[in-house]
Ligand binder design. Structure first.
Ligand code: ADP
Ligand code: MG
Length: 492
């Protein structure tokens, strides 16, 4: 497991980066042009007072989501997950896991034995027509994929428990009962919202009638990341996703969970899935919204929803950068005013380009930046254009990292634990060259002095985490069955 902590070398790297990206200014001789560029990118530069205000808004949203009287109206839903304890390392057995929630759909086979974890997995595509089709089509497709995977692994005859990582906002009614509240991240399948996704999965498996699979637990990818890291690090108490979307979960005391409707046994805690992507849907973040964010939101399939997510996550970041570059070009400040069909095409500037461009530290050659420009069929560019594009990318990704940091700092301050590990998963965090360092730097500024934290990369949380939760559920079920058997001694 790649363990990343705050370190001197991290902040050195960061200073280096700022030096690199800000240096472009001094190379622009034309002061009027410099002013014009600065005017266009200015809305992305926010000072610490603004991020502190974001923290205040977040805390208010978290509390409203947790409150019994306020939850119904709250945008940030703070769903209790029914996951009460982190794994203790005794989990054992073979489990299937599903990971659905954005860019890829995966089926996994996970063998647990103490700290030892073995995994086989296969990625399946969810075609666009299924993402926007009916729920029945979606779950039939999922059941097909499970069957294909089991056949390949020669498991079709086996009875296997399954853990389902389903990363959309769900109201959880039990460990294996979760009603989808609303689709996000490009999915919109008819007839699923408001329904129990475990039941829909079981019905699809039954329609096929050729496999024995029972879903014992449904979790969110944030919970998967937390569980997976907690398996080896007992301080882990926050799970964060920075991928297609963004979301976080954390361990909360039951006394703070107004909507808690189950027992108050030890441990008197439960993991809360914040669904923080919806922050700002009530206008609460309007003080940081730019015209580019408004544009992205307006053209999404869920306009007005997931405002915080749209300023941060991988599904939207490239598009924000594209809009800024296009504006600079239209104003004659980039590419001599000459663009390309690709640059003008919505969604065509991929978020991975942001990582690629920002990995150009040696200004003299701009190798990756030029390659991205080539891919976008831009021909008329100079080193100055490369420098401006790098600056734009760095401003947009830095704002995203700082906004996510405000969320994490708010959770850390709320939890009041001395030492917390944050498990992070998602391609944006994994592949962006500075996201980790930027987050450490900003969280340190926003967190209450004395609280120590560490951001660690969670490897395959969505698979391993789901298997761990299914394993615990399986053990509890076996124990229940034993108890029942013991209470009816005459029936054998
Ligand atoms: P998911 O969130 O769907 O489980 P990922 O964690 O892989 O999947 O995140 C996918 C998102 O990450 C996509 O929106 C994509 O734009 C973004 N992404 C992929 N590669 C990179 C990269 N090299 N740098 C930054 N973002 C990336
Ligand atoms: Mg994922």
């Amino acid at each position: 497991m790649g363990l990343c902590t705050s370190s001197l070398s991290g902040s050195d790297r960061l200073q280096d980066k700022f030096y690199q990206t800000k240096k472009w200014k001094y190379t622009i001789k034309d002061r009027t042009k410099l002013k014009q560029v600065e005017n266009i990118v200015k809305p992305f530069i926010l000072d610490d007072a603004v991020y502190k205000r974001v923290c205040d808004v977040m805390l208010d949203n978290f509390n409203r989501g947790l409150g019994k009287e306020t939850n119904a109206e709250a945008r940030v839903k703070m769903f209790p997950t029914y996951v009460r304890s982190v794994p203790d390392g005794t989990e054992e057995g073979d489990f299937l896991a599903l990971d659905l929630g954005g860019t890829n759909f995966r089926v996994l086979l996970i063998s647990l034995k103490g700290q030892e974890v073995n995994m086989e997995s296969k990625i399946f595509l969810i075609p666009q027509h299924i993402m926007l089709g009916t729920g029945m089509q979606l779950f039939d497709h999922i059941a097909d994929c499970i069957y294909k995977f089991m056949k390949e692994q020669k498991l079709e005859k086996k009875t296997l428990p399954l853990g389902f990582t389903f990363s959309f906002p769900c109201k959880q009614l039990g460990l294996a009962k979760a009603h989808l509240t609303t689709w996000t991240k490009g999915f919109k399948c008819e007839g699923v919202e408001g329904n129990d996704i475990v039941q829909l999965l079981h019905e699809a498996i039954k329609r096929r009638g050729d496999m024995e699979v029972e879903c014992l637990a449904v979790i969110n990818d944030t919970v998967g990341a937390l569980m997976s890291c907690a398996h080896s690090d007992r301080q882990c108490a926050i799970g964060l996703i920075l991928g297609t979307g963004t979301n976080a979960c954390y361990i909360e005391k039951l006394e703070n969970v107004g909507l808690w409707d189950s027992d108050y046994n030890d441990p008197k805690e439960v993991i809360i899935n914040t669904e923080w992507g919806a922050m700002g849907d009530d206008g609460g973040l309007d003080f940081v919204i730019t015209e580019y964010d408004k544009h992205v939101d307006k053209h999404s399939i869920n306009a007005g929803k997931q405002i915080y997510e749209k300023m941060i996550s991988g599904m939207y970041m490239g598009e924000i950068v594209r809009l800024v570059l296009e504006k600079l070009r239209r104003n004659g400040l980039l590419f001599g005013g000459e663009g390309s069909a690709e640059l003008s095409q919505r969604g065509r500037f991929y978020t991975k380009y942001v990582s690629e461009i920002e990995s150009d530290v040696d200004e003299s050659d701009f190798k990756s930046t030029k390659q991205v420009f080539d891919e976008l069929n831009l021909t008329n560019f100079t080193d100055e254009d490369c420098r401006i594009a790098l600056y734009v990318c760095s401003l947009v990704s830095t704002r995203a990292a700082y906004l996510a940091s405000a969320g994490i700092a708010t959770l850390l301050n709320k939890m009041e634990r001395k030492d917390v590990s944050v498990a992070v998963d998602g391609s944006l965090y994994r592949f962006h060259p500075h996201f980790h360092d930027l987050m450490v730097e900003k969280i340190e500024k926003l967190v209450t002095p004395g609280i120590r934290f560490k951001l660690m990369l969670s490897h395959d949380g969505s698979g391993k985490g789901a298997a761990l939760v299914a394993a615990v559920a399986n053990r509890l079920r076996d124990e229940e069955a034993m108890k029942e058997k013991d209470s009816k001694p005459n029936e054998d």
